[in-house]
Design a protein around this ligand. Sequence first.
Ligand SMILES: *[C@@H]1O[C@H](CO)[C@@H](O)[C@H](O)[C@H]1NC(C)=O
Ligand SMILES: *[C@@H]1O[C@H](CO)[C@@H](O)[C@H](O)[C@H]1NC(C)=O
Length: 294
Amino acid sequence: MFSKKICCLIFFVVFIGFGSCAYNESLARNLIWPITVDAYNHAVEKCISTTLGKDYDFGIQSTVQCDSESSKDSCSGYVIAIHSIKSVVIVYRGSISDHEVQVEMNYTATHPLLPFAGKGKVNGWLLNGYNLLWNAGMKNAFLKLKNKYPTYNTLVTGHSLGAALASLTAATLSATNVVPKNRLSLYTFGQPRVGNKEFADNYLNFVPEAYRIVHHWDIVPHLPTLGLKGYTHHKNEVWYNNNMAKGDPYIICPDEESIHCSDSVLKPTWDDHGEYFQVRNYLGNHGCVPAGKP
Ligand SMILES: *[C@@H]1O[C@H](CO)[C@@H](O)[C@H](O)[C@H]1NC(C)=O
Ligand SMILES: *[C@@H]1O[C@H](CO)[C@@H](O)[C@H](O)[C@H]1NC(C)=O
């Protein structure tokens, strides 16, 4: 509550016109989810105009092998400036194989959390994946676009594994003073738990405008299991206890882990993980998807 007030205060006093701190559902539904689905296409640059028309300046798409254990595992993301929302946007793809999910879960079960640039500890597999990908070109492309459009804000997003990478990216950009926290926002979809309670407790100090969107019974936000090695979600969960049709209600959850939100779900499913706002993530494999209509 407190940090949120501060955030809004800063916005109104210093950055009038840049936006607001509230969750923008229309933005999430019509623009951020479509460009996140697009991350599943291996050649985003060739089809992103389907989603954005001419409203963008493309930076880079990077893909790396995200651990040394298996060459089948890849992490991927892209960087783009979107003019209509005056933002440089960092977008991460989720896992594309069950094998990768297995490796990730095995690693999580058998390795301790690692210290994070900000505060607290985070999953080492994810941190390694983020560092590899960021240094494989995304960092340079981001800084280039940020310098080219100095008045633009920064938006970080991703689905699934990509949501976790997005969460780490946004907090790192803020903790290392690369982006001021009042010019930064995080919107993620189906994010797993990323770090411990100290990481979670400090998250909004780094990224006040953070929204972790959860579709109904999506299983991934239940992983790693609450309590395993201290893994705890950061705020703000935005829970849709429904199919996410246009006009469906959602709750901005009051706690990091809230029994009023997705923690109340007893039988989470993979099916709800792949679909947000009634658009499935695999559509991105076949070509960039059209943006929604507000
Ligand atoms: C949400 O974002 C859209 C797209 O940028 C913008 O047009 C709209 O004004 C925003 N809504 C609010 C309430 O800020
Ligand atoms: C994960 O761990 C299980 C149990 O130890 C093992 O059977 C499986 O092969 C591992 N999977 C991968 C992909 O490493």
